[in-house]
Design a binder for this molecule. Structure first.
Ligand code: PLP
Length: 458
């Protein structure tokens, strides 16, 4: 063992080695020395635990270079999302339309009229231009933009119901991923949750009986990421509005995803639309910018003028306000909705969701033909598959599509894992899904086919 330890060269000796000259020039003395110390520690640890030297000890310079280059690659690397989930939260949800990309680039490189009116008319706040657009699209009186829908819910509650009771159905006390739970948000906003009904059934009279002098509002939360079936009953927004109006109370709705177009026109399952809730008399509706809307991460609140003014004036709004890049991307995305006939063409999210199955299948077949000779250890086939919308939109609905599947000839799960790992370490990693003894590449969201082939044929 002592002889193994003595085979670890000293930092000084390595740094004087001419193999390190170009590394020192590229990365500088401090970073190279730091990387070397890390490698020496790892080598000592392996000797201690396994009585062997790591393989890379044969070439310290090459390993140091590899580590340093790795540390230079961006933490936000472009990948191929062939996971079968269109709005994948861990992969950054909606892919932005070109118009949004251009608008952000412009807003980044130049001063912009964020809170500055050129006509001297006194614009008020940074959401003004977007609010006008949102009113046009949803029929609301006014709007407010924050960083995400979680922030929107927090702001709505804090600004309109702090210190008072908010009535919510027990069946709607949802948890969204990442520690967003309605009862917790309620507490953070300083509101008192008044839970009514049961897990599967809540009636109008449950809300009615809950209303007292300390009630601030009635709230509905869209159960976006699960579905209760069977003996169920929920009170519709319209019914709730009628009931609330009798007591002079507002109704607010956390819609989660929400879609500004009727998705059934595209052959997709229907998702509630903010404009329908506004028409039904709901006072405030909140939804995400990067779910079905297909834009940047943002929380959008539309509704009654007086309540929106309350949100705009609340100190939390300053803390949660969106930046100019978000506003630029969101405005460009919303403008696409003014031309519904071209929406499918211009909005990537809608394009992916509505891609015809035969087109996806043909693409998978082309890839299959091109890849077969490269992956001898696998049977490659084109299979029917069911893509998911993702991000808690329409949780039980599936979109029929096609995938390329890789099955190891020897049935080895380890071989499958190794293939997934190999693809994750490509310059543009390819993200698939292991299921049923195979690695699946769902082609629904694949647009740059030649770049994918370049990666998979590496
Ligand atoms: C997704 C979702 C949220 C959180 O929205 P983010 O934009 O991710 O912050 C809140 N409520 C519901 C019902 C949702 O579906």
């Amino acid at each position: 063992m002592t002889t193994l330890y003595s085979q670890i060269p000293s930092t000084d000796r390595l740094l004087r080695d001419e193999a390190f000259t170009s590394l020192l020039a590229t990365f500088g003395h401090q970073r190279v020395a730091q990387a070397l110390r890390q490698l020496q520690d790892e080598a000592r640890e392996q000797i201690r635990t396994a009585q062997t030297l790591p393989d890379w000890c044969e070439n310290w310079a090459a390993e140091t270079q590899r580590r340093l280059e790795c540390s230079e690659t961006s933490a936000l690397r472009p990948v191929f999302n062939l996971s079968g989930t269109v709005l994948h939260t861990n992969l950054g949800r909606a892919i932005q339309p070109q118009a949004a990309i251009d608008a952000v680039a412009q807003a980044m490189g130049s001063p912009v009229t964020l809170e500055y009116d050129l006509d001297g008319a006194g614009r008020g706040h940074r959401d003004r231009a977007l609010a006008d657009l949102l009113c046009q699209l949803t029929g609301a009186e006014d709007a407010c933009i924050v960083n995400n829908n979680a922030a929107a819910v927090l702001l709505m509650l804090a600004a309109t119901a702090a210190g008072r009771e908010v009535v919510v159905s027990r069946g709607e006390l949802v948890e969204i991923g990442g520690a967003f739970r309605i009862p917790d948000v309620m507490r953070q906003a300083g509101c008192v949750l008044h839970e009514v009904g049961t897990t599967n059934r809540t009636h109008a009279k449950d809300y009615q009986q809950a209303i007292n002098d300390n009630t601030a509002l009635l709230m509905k939360v869209h159960t976006s990421n699960y579905h209760v079936e069977g003996f169920t009953k929920a009170v519709s927004e319209a019914e709730l509005v009628t009931l609330a109006q009798a007591s002079g109370l507002p109704v607010i709705v956390d819609l989660g995803s929400g879609s500004l177009v009727d998705l059934s026109l595209y052959g997709l399952p229907q998702e509630p639309m903010p404009q329908a809730l506004i028409a039904a008399g709901v006072s405030l509706v909140s939804f995400s910018g990067d779910k079905l809307l297909g834009g940047p991460q943002a929380g959008i609140i539309v509704g009654k003028k007086a309540l929106i003014a309350q949100l705009q004036q609340h100190p939390l709004k300053r803390a949660l306000r969106a930046d100019k890049m978000t506003l630029a991307a969101l405005e460009a995305t919303l403008r696409l909705y003014l031309h519904p006939e071209k929406l499918r063409q211009n909005l990537p999210t809608l394009r992916y969701l509505t891609r015809p199955e035969p087109e996806i299948r043909e693409q998978a077949q082309r890839l299959c033909a091109a890849l077969t000779s490269r992956y001898h250890e696998f049977a490659i086939r084109v299979e029917a598959c069911q893509s998911q919308i993702g991000s808690g939109s329409l949780p039980v609905d599936r979109l029929p599509g096609a995938a390329l599947t890789f099955t190891p000839h020897d049935g080895s799960g380890r071989r499958l894992e190794a293939l997934a790992m190999q693809w994750r370490s490509l310059p543009q990693p390819v993200i698939g899904r292991i299921y049923d003894g195979r690695l699946w590449l769902d082609c629904r969201c694949l647009e740059n086919e030649s770049r994918l082939l370049e990666m998979l044929l590496k």
